[in-house]
Design a protein around this ligand. Structure first.
Ligand SMILES: Nc1nc2c(c(=O)[nH]1)N[C@H]1C(S)=C(S)[C@@H](COP(=O)(O)OP(=O)(O)OC[C@H]3O[C@@H](n4cnc5c(=O)[nH]c(N)nc54)[C@H](O)[C@@H]3O)O[C@H]1N2
Ligand SMILES: Nc1nc2c(c(=O)[nH]1)N[C@H]1C(S)=C(S)[C@@H](COP(=O)(O)OP(=O)(O)OC[C@H]3O[C@@H](n4cnc5c(=O)[nH]c(N)nc54)[C@H](O)[C@@H]3O)O[C@H]1N2
Ligand code: SF4
Ligand SMILES: [Mo]
Length: 741
């Protein structure tokens, strides 16, 4: 997709690939090999013609004076900042030797690659890890895994967003722990369009966000208590008999009988030996237990029944029993949302159907964030507010689909902490970080740098900048921006209202300096390591390989078609719910062993109501902002002119109690670390909660950083369904004013 204009300006269609997940189509203007301007590209659906301030500023990443220009070798201590320029040949020779040595000494799994790319770059690294029989760190758990754990339990799909938001004309939109005005431009448009068509919009958030400002009602909530709010709403809905019986019977496990002794669903074979695995229901017509699909069966949703010697209840009855413990007054005591607000929100939820519920990632960055998602999914299910749709695609999945062939070991990133620190479940001794600012973005940064990194014998970082992670590397490799390489962008799942299209990221300019695209780096390294010819592919050949994964969403999509423009992803032939029962499961057998078979409420790990609050009384959030994508753009002046430095948002009540005024220097601290920055005193954050937007670099703080306060404590329940998440917002701190010396 290229055309040349009279004045020798070349226009190249590409996509914005800076990590926010939207994949906006861009038109790059190039003159004499130099990017001169970026604008949004036309799209088959005009509503997707979009660019934001970060997209516009992406050009500034390319020509940034601080860009890494050449391979570097560390000459001082790690982190000391002493580097020597080396050739690519020396860099790759060193890497090949060190990786081979490490593999010989500790086994092939001791080599780990960690990358949070979303395109062919991921494929290249996964394939490389596979060819070495090494480890690939799954990075979903660095902040985005609890929601997917909840959705896997409920729907059998990692990203269940589509089930809850895909309604043509919603009567109510709930922004639940979601701030799409800053994080999901297409989501906020969907919501504003729905509002123009008559939908009521409610935002539930401890902060009065830019999104909440667009809502009809704003409900501040105590962080980490969303499951209790949902249970309180379920209580009201059941009490008023507003639940959707037929939806529950047809689409959920609600009618399935649960054995009171074992907690397992009753199967036909439990009643009639050596019959089927079919789930049993209590047939009110025959007054006996029968398979759920028996002809003429009229299933009970409530009650206690005896099947032979076994006492059983429909799982819906168990949900009723759980919700009975959360009358609005009780839910209010937990959430600090007034009981009448809970009542009216519950009535709206049941009566303003369909309800589009936008669950954000904010509320799932608590220790029990999966339960919050499950409780909300349950609320949607019992009110019939679920749309069975096929989930979208994700390049990651295409890659996994492709690589049944290559055996690389996937290790959730939080599990990798122990692998590096203690050799458990096996030692990791060499680490390659690419397209990921590990030190800045993983929890407990000082643990990472002080306790994990010293156990690593070799660290490689490929990036655009000498960021907090690259500073700890032994070899630093200069990578390319998306303008300097071609790739495939698959529609990201879990992005409400985003373009469900495959798009080509077309190379607009040649790599600057000595920079190389990651797949090129790996191609040359594979030669040095004698890994065969798998990597001997052009960017186009890599894209064609990705398109041949057999993943349903990419059916019929070819490189040739993509060269003409974006191609819509296939949505058919994926079953609606991919759970063991094929239904929405609010009751999960797999979570029995941790007592979380139902979406119960559990207090956050660190909350104002835990003993730790005596020393550290404030909940600390570190949310996403429109001025950065994670740590990307924190060094770009076009954006720092708008948002110059990190600030700690704090409510006037908490500020006053600490003798702090707006603009004062404060220190936020806990047992893990400290961070010093300016206070921003305002009403837009509820008392008891403070926030500093994530993504600032350590050098932007006067001391420490937000990541020195967070922790990576693993929740074993999440391991049972998917992988453990970083509970980045489940953090207590104390704040004090810094006295001028
Ligand atoms: N501009 C920009 N866009 C981005 C990104 C970015 O860095 N910058 N990152 C992308 C990525 S990878 C992600 S994961 C998404 C994240 O996108 P979002 O989920 O929209 O954003 P978050 O900031 O993670 O959290 C959303 C809201 O949850 C609130 N919140 C925190 N704790 C709780 C709680 O316990 N209960 C409730 N109800 N609310 C709570 C926060 O105050 C916040 O306003 O954004 C994507 N888009
Ligand atoms: N405290 C706190 N921490 C968080 C979060 C939070 O809310 N609070 N959110 C978490 C979430 S949801 C996420 S998704 C993560 C995101 O964290 P990361 O995925 O680490 O995202 P970035 O910080 O943007 O780092 C991307 C890096 O890739 C580099 N880069 C860009 N293009 C290329 C390329 O082609 N090749 C190579 N090799 N490098 C390239 C960029 O310069 C940048 O340094 O952060 C998590 N961390
Ligand atoms: S919303 Fe995301 S993809 Fe779109 S232009 Fe902005 S940063 Fe790029
Ligand atoms: Mo994320």
């Amino acid at each position: 997709m290229e055309s040349t204009r009279k004045n020798d300006e070349k226009l190249v269609r590409t996509v914005c690939h800076t990590g926010c997940g939207m994949g906006c189509a861009l038109l790059a203007h190039v003159k004499d090999g130099v990017l001169t301007k970026i604008e949004p590209a036309d799209f088959p659906e005009p509503k997707y013609r979009h660019i934001c301030a970060r997209g516009l500023a992406s050009m500034k990443l390319v020509y940034h004076p601080d860009r890494l220009k050449y391979p570097l070798k560390r000459v001082g201590e790690r982190g000391e900042g002493k580097w020597q320029r080396i050739s690519w040949d020396e860099a790759l020779e060193t890497i090949a030797t060190r990786l081979k040595e490490t593999r010989e000494r500790y086994g092939s799994r001791s080599l780990m690659w960690a990358t949070s790319g979303t395109g062919g770059l991921d494929m290249a690294y996964i394939s490389f890890a596979g060819c070495c029989e090494g480890t690939f760190a799954s990075l979903v758990g660095f902040g985005d895994a609890a929601g997917p754990c909840g959705d896997t339990a409920s729907f059998g799909a990692l990203w269940g967003e589509g089930y809850l938001v895909n309604f043509e004309k919603p009567g109510l939109c709930v922004l639940w722990g979601s701030n799409p005005a800053e994080t999901q431009p297409f989501g906020i448009r969907m919501i504003r369009d729905a509002r123009e068509r008559g939908a009521r919009v409610v935002a539930i958030d401890p902060r009065f966000t830019a999104s909440a400002a667009k809502a009809d009602e704003y409900i501040p909530i105590r962080p980490g208590t969303d499951a209790a709010l949902a249970l309180g709403m379920i209580h009201v809905i059941l009490e008023q008999d507003l639940h959707d019986r037929s939806f529950i019977i047809d689409n959920t496990v609600g009618p399935f009988l649960v054995n009171s002794q074992t907690g397992l669903f009753l199967r036909e074979r439990d009643v009639v030996p050596s019959s089927s695995e079919k789930y049993m229901v209590w047939d009110t017509a025959a007054d006996e237990a029968r398979p759920y699909d028996a002809p003429g069966v009229v299933p009970a949703l409530t009650g206690v029944y005896r099947v032979g010697s076994v006492e059983c209840r429909p799982s819906f009855q168990l949900l009723v029993d759980l919700a009975a413990r959360y009358p609005p007054e009780k839910a209010s005591e937990v959430t600090e949302v007034p009981p009448d607000t809970i009542r009216s929100l519950a009535l709206d939820y049941a009566q303003r159907r369909p309800v589009a519920c936008y669950r954000g990632m904010g509320m799932q960055r608590t220790f029990h964030g999966d339960l919050a998602f499950r409780a909300i999914n349950t609320l949607a299910a019992i009110t019939g507010n679920l749309q069975p749709v096929a989930p979208g695609a994700f390049v990651y999945e295409l890659v996994l689909n492709l690589h049944g062939v290559i055996s690389c070991n996937f290790l959730p990133i939080l599990k990798a902490y122990d692998a590096i620190a203690k050799g458990n479940p096996y030692p990791i001794k060499a680490l390659w970080i690419a397209k990921h600012n590990m030190v800045n973005q993983l929890p407990d940064a000082s643990l990472v740098t002080r306790e994990l990194f010293p156990n690593l014998e070799f660290i490689v970082v490929a990036d655009l900048f000498m960021n907090a992670s690259a500073q700890y590397a032994d070899i630093v490799l200069p990578a390319c921006t998306f303008f300097e390489q071609s790739d495939l962008l698959a529609p990201t799942i879990g992005v409400p209202g985003g373009p469900n299209y495959f798009q080509l990221q077309n190379k607009a300019i040649e790599p600057l300096y000595d920079c190389k695209p990651d797949p090129e780096i790996l191609k040359e390294l594979a030669r040095k390591m004698g890994l065969g010819d798998y990597f001997e592919k052009s960017a186009e050949e890599f894209i064609e390989l990705l398109l041949s994964s057999g993943y349903p969403a990419e059916a019929g999509i070819t490189l040739e078609k993509l060269k003409q423009g974006p191609v819509a992803a296939e949505r058919s032939n994926v079953p609606a719910f991919l759970t063991p029962s094929g239904r929405m499961e609010f009751y999960c057998e797999s979570l029995l062993e941790v007592g979380q078979e139902l979406p119960c409420y559990l207090e956050p790990l660190e909350s104002a109501r835990t003993p730790l609050a005596q020393r550290y009384p404030l909940t600390f959030l570190s949310t996403h902002t429109r001025y950065r994508t994670h740590s990307t753009f924190a060094n770009v002046t076009w954006l720092t002119d708008l948002d110059p430095e990190p600030v700690l948002e704090i409510n006037p009540v908490d500020a006053e109690a600490r003798g702090t005024k707006d603009g004062d220097l404060v220190c936020a601290f806990n047992d893990r670390g400290r961070m010093r920055l300016k206070a921003k005193v305002h009403q837009g954050i509820r008392p008891g909660t403070v926030n500093a937007n994530q993504g600032w670099w350590p050098e932007h703080f006067l001391e420490g950083s937000h990541q020195d306060l967070t922790h990576g404590v693993i929740n074993p329940a999440q391991e049972l369904v998917y992988e453990p998440n970083s509970a980045l917002y489940d953090v207590l701190v104390e704040v004090e004013k810094v006295r001028e010396e």
